[in-house]
Design a protein around this ligand. Structure first.
Ligand SMILES: Nc1ncnc2c1ncn2[C@@H]1O[C@H](COP(=O)(O)OP(=O)(O)OP(=O)(O)O)[C@@H](O)[C@H]1O
Ligand SMILES: O=c1[nH]cc([C@@H]2O[C@H](CO)[C@@H](O)[C@H]2O)c(=O)[nH]1
Length: 302
């Protein structure tokens, strides 16, 4: 089976956590750290750590951030042979967390990722993939291009909508290209479907050619809606250290499950375990993640 191809964003994240409940409009004492990030890059790194042959196409700047992103991603086992270095700053993401590890707010600067062009994603690389995973950090034209290319070669596509605003970059794809799975939050689902009601939103995405709509609801878990049946995947009760990267780990472990032939619900359950492992660590992508660790925790929490 070919490698999983991820095309998406890469950032250096700076994440600050307030020591006490966050107070807006003033300086809050706390702790801060920086790490490699970006939804697509995080998914690729998690896949690599899970032992899945993975290729990442992402934009790195010609700066120290770019070199750090390359080093950390490569050491997770990801093939960067088709990654792109652009003459501009690497992407960055600045986030503030409350004392309980939940996100207060963030700003991302992803000009490099938005500057990727169709010629950076060679058709042969897409055609050889077992799955294509794409995030909406890409420009709308590139998103449409890669999804169409994958569809024309029968490569299943998994979409991560990233945020309410960026999710709208998918609108040209909806109804035009068959999609295997999409992983929206409730508000991303509403932004994509134009429906505020969950069932109507899911129905609209199924009608637009998306086979599986996997709706994430934080501590309330997630629900994987197939065209005929839905399965709720409960969240594992967790003492949260840092929520950053939960969805990325979840997506990666799900795709890993699919590549080894698990059914959708079991693959999604592995996703919830990987999310649990991520939010209970200080890391956005935990360096000790492995398929064995996911299986072990799955047994333990059963
Ligand atoms: N507070 C929490 N307690 C327990 N599990 C959680 C919590 N927050 C997230 N999770 C787990 O992580 C999964 C993904 O988180 P969420 O639904 O917030 O997606 P997301 O917004 O895409 O994540 P992120 O943007 O933080 O990467 C959830 O389905 C759940 O299994
Ligand atoms: O617009 C965006 N905001 C945040 C991220 C990334 O999300 C990651 C956490 O899920 C984090 O690493 C950040 O860089 C992104 O790729 N695009």
């Amino acid at each position: 089976m070919g490698a999983v191809l991820v095309v998406g964003g890469a950032n250096v994240d700076v994440i600050a956590r307030s020591a006490a409940p966050f107070v807006a409009g003033t300086s809050n004492p706390g702790t801060a750290h920086s790490s490699a990030g970006g939804v697509g890059r995080n998914i690729a790194a998690n896949l690599g750590l899970l032992g899945v042959p993975t290729t990442l196409i992402a934009a790195f700047g010609n700066d120290t951030f770019g070199r750090r992103l390359e080093d950390e991603t490569r050491s997770a086992g990801v093939d960067l042979g088709h990654a792109v270095q652009l003459p501009m700053p690497s992407g960055s993401y600045l986030a503030m967390l409350d004392a309980d590890g939940e996100l207060v707010g963030a700003v991302s600067d992803m000009t490099a990722t938005e500057s990727l062009l169709p010629e950076h994603v060679r058709e042969g690389v897409v055609a050889a993939a077992s799955y294509l995973v794409v995030d909406t950090n890409l420009s709308a034209p590139l998103l449409e291009h890669v999804c169409r290319t994958a569809a024309s070669h029968g490569v299943p596509v998994v979409l991560d909508p990233v945020s309410d605003l960026k999710a709208q970059r998918l609108l040209p794809v909806l109804g035009a290209v068959p999609i295997h799975t999409i992983t929206p939050t409730r508000s991303e689902l509403a932004a994509l479907s134009g429906e505020s009601d969950l069932v109507s939103g899911v129905h609209a995405l199924h009608a637009a050619g998306i086979a599986k709509v996997w709706v994430r609801e934080g501590a309330r878990g997630s629900t994987l809606f197939g065209e005929d049946a839905a399965v709720h995947i409960p969240a594992i009760p967790a003492e949260v250290r840092d929520v950053t990267g939960a969805g990325d780990a979840m997506c990666a472990a799900y795709v890993h499950g699919l590549t080894i032939g698990l059914d959708d619900a079991t693959a999604a359950t592995r996703g919830a375990v990987a999310a649990y492992l991520t939010i209970t660590s200080d890391f956005t992508v935990r360096p000790d993640l492995s398929a064995e660790l996911v299986e072990h925790v799955m047994e333990e929490k059963r």
